[in-house]
Design a protein around this ligand. Structure first.
Ligand code: PEP
Length: 253
């Protein structure tokens, strides 16, 4: 059975005090309100990972994630953080290939494959982000484009390795824009990706793979989007910065 997951991507938001307050509010609400079978994740700025780890300690369905990692283990890469370092701080998840990383930091499919490898080699679960631009959506070739992103960055993995990856489908045109993919558009892509995964790794691995939707998902629309049979939760940007909204989303299955 695949996991239901709601992951918040805080991006470059919150001061240290605000981050502590938000994490504490989320922790309290997860304990009191969120069913145990929903895994909640907070992808915080790197600076706050260890502090927020302490806040979530002992809550079995709440964890932290890094928003990125470097593909090399160590070395002269000023400003970067490796998967080895994340693992040494017991960080269990890492976002890989968010569209903002692809666009603003020119991360290629090939580099993302190396980052996925680094995460898995260090026992960290990659949450692999994929998604098409508006022009690709309008051009009509978006299903194949996103499937190709998986092929390029994930399909070198063994079946056992692939089984540890979480996928987040995030149409770029819906991120931070208030434009959400319709429940039907999300389901269409998720089903397509699952078929694509099944063709490579078989039905069992495809069935067990959690595929999250991201892109202006909020407390009002999450229930409709999560109702899609192939939608296993969400990667949430803006709405993850308000604890009550984020928790409403986590309760939307
Ligand atoms: C994101 O950046 O991953 C995201 C989904 O953002 P938002 O929810 O704000 O669109």
């Amino acid at each position: 059975m695949r996991k239901k997951i709601v992951a918040g991507n805080w991006k470059m938001n919150k001061t240290a005090v605000e981050a502590f307050v938000l994490a504490t509010e989320v922790a309290q609400l997860v304990k009191s309100d969120v069913p145990a079978d929903v895994q909640v994740i907070m992808a915080t700025p790197a600076l706050y990972l260890t502090g927020v780890s302490q806040v979530v300690e002992g809550i079995s369905n709440l964890a932290v994630a890094a928003q990125n990692c470097h593909e090399k283990a160590s070395g002269a890469y000023t400003g970067e953080i490796s998967a080895v370092q994340l693992a040494s701080a017991a960080i269990p998840y890492v976002l890989i290939g968010h569209s903002e990383r692809r666009e603003y930091f020119s991360e290629s499919n090939e580099q993302l494959a190396l980052k996925v490898d680094a995460a898995l080699a260090n026992g960290i679960t990659p949450i692999f982000c994929c998604g098409e631009s508006l022009s690709l959506r309008e051009g009509g070739n978006f299903l194949a484009f996103v499937a190709d992103q998986l092929t390029a960055s994930l399909f070198h993995l063994s079946a056992e390795e692939f089984g540890k990856v979480v996928i987040a489908y995030e149409p770029i045109w819906a991120i931070g824009t208030g434009l959400t993919a319709s429940a039907g558009q999300a389901q269409e892509m998720h089903a397509h990706l699952r078929v694509h995964i099944a063709a490579k790794y078989g039905a069992t691995i495809a069935d067990d793979c959690s595929i999250l939707y991201g892109g202006s998902c909020n407390a009002k629309n999450a229930q409709e989007i999560f109702a899609g049979p192939d939608v296993d939760g969400g990667l949430i940007g803006g709405a993850s910065l308000i604890a009550a909204d984020f928790i409403t989303i986590a309760k939307s299955f």
